[in-house]
Ligand binder design. Sequence first.
Ligand SMILES: [Zn+2]
Ligand SMILES: [Zn+2]
Length: 309
Amino acid sequence: MPLRPSVSDDVTALPRGGQNAIGVALGLLGDEWTLLVLRHALSGTRLYGDWMRAMPISHAVLAGRLGRLTQFGLLERVVYSQRPERFEYRLTRRGRGVWPILLGIWSWELTHVERHAEELPRMGHRGHAFEPVLVCGGCAAPVRPRDLVGGFGPSGTWARSMPSATTRRRSAAAPGHQDGFFPQTTALVGNRWSCAMLGAAFQGARRFGDFERHLSAPPVVVADRLRTFAELDVVTASANGGYRLTPKGLAFFPVAVHTMEWAQRWFRSPEGPALAYRHTACGAPFHPRYSCSGCGEQLRGSAVQRLDQ
Ligand SMILES: [Zn+2]
Ligand SMILES: [Zn+2]
């Protein structure tokens, strides 16, 4: 029995002139605890106590993240026992819809990050090993960043795409190191500045001043994040004094475009999209999909499972 009507199947209307879908999504998902909570939810976790046992997380932080995910319509708090009254958190359609983002993170960590504190789960498509291949939803051809043209749409400005600081800075030990699922991803997108910086890099920001100006970021923050990105081999200094994404950085593209796709599916500004891209080869508006590297079939979340469970 739901405590309140589900908001999950309706698109959330954002205020005119306010933060757009990108800003909302980065503010929500650009948080390492939120990604970890969602990762476990997608593996079937529904009970508060099960998240507590699965992660080195405090009660205050877990309660806060579950509350936000419920507020944003990714989880639904449902009574599953009347006496005593007990709740569980179920993923809504909107919540299940983040699977391509998490799958992209898993694949990137598996391919590009050598060491993990614990082994990454083995994933399979219909029982066979696979990698997700980013393809165009219109023509099914594989897509790389240079195959797309476009940029900001009617609600897209740098200012409106900035995530707001809604979660407090974490002070406990870094879960990325203990959990071992995505240690480098958390350094890349685990907080709002990193997220916005990486987004700006994919949007073409190349120079220190680009990041500073587009994001209205303090220079010390820009310098700190660029140093971290360089240490992770995600960006490299180029000969003309700028920065460019390395092959490892470009390989994070599927995560970025699936995040944008999810954001714009569920959050809409009245002016229109924040970002609009076309696939040059087929001319269609770009909607990302994954195909299976093993059998070529288009991936659906329900057909991707852990192989070792
Ligand atoms: Zn296409
Ligand atoms: Zn397959």
